[in-house]
Design a protein around this ligand. Structure first.
Ligand code: GUN
Length: 285
């Protein structure tokens, strides 16, 4: 393997350690940060993510409140819960784990979350602020990716950045954050022509398409920084990213592993947003 590994495990541990100290100091000022984590139904992957988020809260000193609702929960019931969390002073951040069951409209639920408690930064109010570049809450996964690029030491300004995937959660906000860092941005998707050629232009390649080991070495310019946002379970149960790690590591300069790359960074950024929400809501700082 020629590339250097960008370890989300290592970088996220550093961030969580800093937050832990900040939370101790906040407590001295009477500020206790609280995160409500809402999960509806029993999607196995969602359960794993929610458990990881609760564990991270416990480790650094954020209070977490879990609301595990049955698959049959109605949209009205979920809206009632969101509204009660909006007015609960112990809850600084509200996270509704996606995807929701089909009979619930995700947009309706996201729009009901008070933007000042929207630690995922999914509400249109916060999405708009990200677009403008003046935001309180970082979009968690894209912000985690930015931290990993920073760790590489590779300057973004002026570079060709290619984002593969255009989801509201990753691709679109990722493009904005890279743009704010003065990268030249191309966003690719399922209708992109000559995807391989476009990817090969990238100095920094961020892949978030949800297709196991899709990006092979032919997609990667020698020396590129490759960030893999994918999390795919193979039939043999192995967890892999959207990038064919072994062969791409031969040509890239830096690469993130899966697991242990972007995943832990997303959680660290969620913790960061929750701390920020608690500070902003306290009115003390
Ligand atoms: N589902 C997949 N990723 C996320 C995330 O970052 N936040 C929430 N709430 N749901 C998700």
């Amino acid at each position: 393997m020629g590339a250097e590994l960008l370890s989300g495990k290592v970088v996220s541990a550093k961030i969580r350690e800093e937050l832990k100290i900040e939370l101790i100091n906040m407590k001295k000022d009477g500020i206790i940060a609280g995160l409500a984590v809402v999960i509806v139904g029993d999607d196995a992957a969602s359960r794993v993510y929610v458990n990881a988020k609760k564990k991270a809260c416990a480790e650094i000193g954020i209070e977490s409140y879990e609301y595990a609702l049955s698959e049959e929960t109605s949209q009205a019931e979920l809206l009632d819960l969101v509204n009660s969390l909006n007015s609960n002073n112990k809850v600084n951040g509200i996270l509704v784990q996606l995807p929701l069951p089909k009979h619930i409209d995700e947009e309706t639920i996201i729009n009901a979350i008070n933007p000042s408690k929207d630690v995922d930064a999914f509400h249109p109010h916060n999405v708009g602020k990200i677009m403008i570049g003046n935001y309180d809450f970082l979009p968690c996964t894209p912000a985690g990716v930015m931290e990993l690029i920073k760790e590489s030491g590779v300057e973004i300004s002026g570079k060709e950045c290619v984002v593969v995937g255009r989801s509201n959660i990753v691709g679109k906000p990722q493009a904005m954050l890279l743009l704010h860092s003065n990268g030249t941005i191309t966003v690719c998707h399922s209708r992109t022509r000559d995807l391989k050629e476009v990817c090969r232009r990238a100095d920094i390649l961020v892949v978030a398409i949800g297709k196991a080991e899709f990006v092979t070495k032919e997609y990667v310019k020698p020396g590129a920084v490759v960030i893999d946002v994918g999390m795919n379970r193979l039939e043999n149960k192995k967890l892999v990213g959207d990038v064919a790690f072994e062969e791409v590591a031969e040509v890239a300069s830096y690469i993130t592993p899966v697991p242990g790359g972007v995943g832990p960074m997303t959680i660290a950024m969620l913790m960061k947003n929750t701390v920020k929400a608690a500070i902003l809501q306290s009115g003390k700082k």
